[in-house]
Design a protein around this ligand. Structure first.
Ligand code: PLP
Length: 385
């Protein structure tokens, strides 16, 4: 059975061109870039090229790119480094809908005496900007607000947010893990101090990420060790991963608008057909400010997991907005923060597309889904019969 993969916000297929670019660095060019010999040293040129490829996509200087192991490491490094750089300040401003890489880090820091302010969102997932503005003060060491939400695709007004934070002289970090390759980004025009990227969300492999650190922003390394990445990130470089991420950034930059328009058309076709054929469905998120690939839909009165299992029988991969905690299904913190009603939050499904999806896959899903939803509603104790 062919897989129909609509779970690209979880992870993506490695692009063929990326896999090909990585191949020489496993068994042939396996030298350590820090070695004195030519064999190892030549690999350093490939890392340099990858750094330039990433910097080109972001419109920044290659020296501002630090390779890490993943988005989570980049987020942790940014937040902890900002706190270390401002030891007199004790406050972190973030949002209630961040990925756990940020939210759990902040909540752990709270145990160590930091004051964490989690800005709420409205029913469509938009950040409450008045509360955000009020939260910025002289005690704020760092603001960490995601660029776009991984569950709903809602895009925050990061240019405005970055400017507000910069005007107050506070360090600004954004988790842009879901944005890279989906929305063009020009860091020469937005006062972002630090930004996180994860390779496996943009058709590079798992195990490689980037932390962008604007020139002049103090960075205190998260880990102690060797002098790699100009002393900013210790540990022998993941050369194949770095080369792959460089290539993925090059590919992402080539046709970003055209490709994402196509993805958006498919996403809209899927979403509109579902809303038409399945009664009692709602789209979660800010429809006007959304990633082009993401659709988060609540199917009222049924459980998302049940839908996923039935879709899986047809090889269709998506994900749900609930997580199994202590044996019971808990709606996601994002949907809870948005105030999505219980009966809808439990039945939420996220479809996240990529440039590799084709129309036929959307058509198959549109054909199968109404049967699945009808069948589950027949069994649901919440539906009046
Ligand atoms: N931030 C966001 C918004 C994400 O969606 C993810 C992964 O789902 C991460 C951070 C973590 O990235 P990684 O899996 O590379 O650690």
């Amino acid at each position: 059975m062919d897989v129909i993969y609509f779970d690209n916000n979880a992870t993506t297929k490695v692009a063929d061109e990326v896999a090909e670019a990585m191949q020489p660095f496993f068994c042939g060019l396996y030298g350590n870039p820090s070695s004195m010999h030519t064999f190892g040293g030549q690999v350093g040129h490939d890392i340099k090229k990858a750094r330039e490829q990433v910097a080109n996509l972001l419109s920044c200087d290659p020296s501002e790119i630090i390779f890490t192991s993943c988005g989570t490491e980049s987020d942790n490094t940014a937040i902890r480094s900002a706190l270390a750089a401002c030891p007199d300040r004790r406050k972190i401003v973030t949002s209630r809908v961040e990925h756990p890489a940020v939210l759990t880090t902040c909540r752990e820091l709270e145990i160590h005496g930091y004051n964490i302010v989690e800005i709420p969102v409205d029913g469509t997932g938009r950040l409450e900007m008045d509360q955000f503005e009020d939260a910025l003060d002289d005690d704020t060491a760092v603001v960490t607000i995601m660029y776009a939400n991984n569950e709903t695709g809602t895009v925050f007004p990061i240019e405005k947010i970055a400017q507000m934070v910069s005007d107050k002289g506070i360090i600004f970090h954004t988790d842009a893990v879901q944005v890279i390759g989906k929305i063009p980004l020009d860091l020469s025009k937005i006062p972002i101090d630090m930004l996180s990227i994860s390779g496996h969300k943009l058709h590079a492999p798992k195990g490689v990420g980037v932390l962008y650190v604007r020139k002049g922003t103090r960075l205190l390394p998260f880990m102690q060790g060797g002098h790699q990445e100009s002393g900013r990130r210790a540990g022998t470089e993941n050369v194949p991963g770095i080369v792959g991420l460089g290539k993925a950034c090059e590919l992402a930059g080539q046709n970003i608008e055209e490709e994402n328009n196509q993805v958006k058309q498919l996403r809209d076709k899927l979403e509109n057909a579902i809303l038409k054929t399945c009664p009692e469905c709602i789209v979660n998120g800010d429809i006007e400010n959304r990633l082009p690939n993401t659709s988060n839909i609540s199917f009222k009165y049924i459980e998302g997991e049940a839908i996923l299992l039935m879709l899986d029988k047809f090889g269709i991969c998506a994900s749900s907005g609930s997580a199994c905690t202590s044996g019971s299904l808990e709606p996601s913190h994002v949907l809870r923060a948005m105030g999505v009603p219980f009966t809808a939050a439990h039945g939420s499904i996220r479809f996240s597309l990529s440039r590799y999806n084709i129309e036929k896959e959307v058509d198959i899903t549109i054909e199968k889904l109404p049967e699945i939803v009808n069948r589950l509603r027949e069994l649901s104790p919440f539906v009046k019969k």
